[in-house]
Design a protein around this ligand. Structure first.
Ligand SMILES: NC(=O)c1ccc[n+]([C@@H]2O[C@H](COP(=O)([O-])OP(=O)(O)OC[C@H]3O[C@@H](n4cnc5c(N)ncnc54)[C@H](O)[C@@H]3O)[C@@H](O)[C@H]2O)c1
Length: 291
């Protein structure tokens, strides 16, 4: 009887807390609110929180003007979200962490959240590349830690990679599959390996393009034009600007390191220079292009 109650409790997600209100967190919170979850969006930076609130309000307003949602829905979706810079407010059935791509920061955040949440709370990380087992093993309780990797922009991209640790139980996977279904996402379960699936396959899209520019065989504008004309939604340089140079460079480094530093996956010096110059892409106003 106790076991049945426990399993039933694991199944139902009503409240989602998204930690980090940057590029990814803001979009994930919006899609959670649009999918009728009670949503908490947390960031330590008040400025980022205000920007995220404005971006979500603007996006919902546009959807309403285009007739994709009704005015009642627009009001209801906004009501579903609360914004906070206080960690004590981060109590939920599901936490989705989308803070900086640094293992220590993610572990420290989860350890604080584990103390104030229930033992049934699921702690999902949106990391693009850090090992989920490494994060889980460094936390005070690894049982409910899992990867939940959304793609950018999170409001539009359908795919979510659900990344298992060595000890993830099936009930958690079922719960996240059902959350993804409610969000109208396509969820794919995968094992914890460097870059998971998409970031491993896509590494060459960025790195080969960067090599062509480094060796002066082509300009970045030309490469983007050619790739888009050949059917890709976005050329590699526009995509790096969208993702954020720091995040993309960090993913390249982690995948390269974790696979034993193969030459074919060596991170690009051009990208390193961009990160060092603060040219992070859209979020800083300049990357390969100016915004
Ligand atoms: N950018 C992408 O295209 C993309 C795609 C998929 C996954 N991801 C992953 O999502 C995560 C976030 O990436 P992003 O591009 O949104 O980063 P971002 O730099 O846009 O936002 C990160 C936010 O986290 C906040 N933050 C930092 N430490 C915090 C803490 N301890 N508590 C609460 N908030 C904190 C920062 O203030 C910032 O607003 C990373 O792990 C990244 O690898 C990024």
């Amino acid at each position: 009887m106790v076991l049945i109650t426990y399993l039933a409790a694991m199944n139902k997600v009503n409240t989602i807390c998204v930690c980090g209100a940057g590029t990814m967190g803001s979009g994930i919170a919006q899609i959670a609110a649009q999918s009728d979850f009670t949503t908490i969006l947390f960031d330590i930076n008040e400025d980022v929180l205000s920007k995220a609130k404005f971006a979500i309000e603007t996006s919902l307003q546009k959807l309403q003007e285009k007739g994709k949602i009704t005015q009642e829905q627009q009001i209801a979706f906004l009501k579903n979200i609360s914004f906070t810079s206080k960690i004590i407010d981060c109590k939920a059935d599901l936490i989705i962490e989308a803070i900086i791509e640094k293992q220590e920061a993610k572990v420290s955040l989860f350890n604080q959240l584990i103390q104030i949440n229930s033992t049934n709370t699921i702690f999902a990380t949106n990391t693009s590349s850090i090992s989920i087992n490494a994060i889980a093993n460094a936390c005070t309780n690894s049982t409910n830690i899992i990867g939940m990797h959304f793609f950018n922009p999170a409001t539009i991209m359908k795919l979510v990679e659900i990344v298992k640790t060595n000890t993830t139980n099936n009930k958690i996977i079922e719960t996240l599959m059902s959350v993804c279904k409610q969000m109208n996402k396509v969820a794919v379960v995968c094992k914890d390996s460097p870059g998971f699936i998409v970031n491993r396959v896509a590494r060459h899209y960025y790195l080969e393009a960067l090599t062509l520019v480094e060796k002066r065989f082509a300009t970045y504008e030309n490469i983007d034009t050619i790739m888009e004309a050949s059917g890709f939604k976005m050329g590699p340089f526009k995509l790096m600007d969208l993702i954020g140079m720091d995040i993309n460079f960090s993913v390249s480094n982690i995948v390269w390191n974790d696979l034993g530093k193969p030459e074919r996956l060596k991170p690009s010096a051009i990208q390193q220079q961009k990160v060092e110059a603060g040219e992070l892409g859209r979020k800083s106003g300049k990357g390969f292009y100016t915004y």
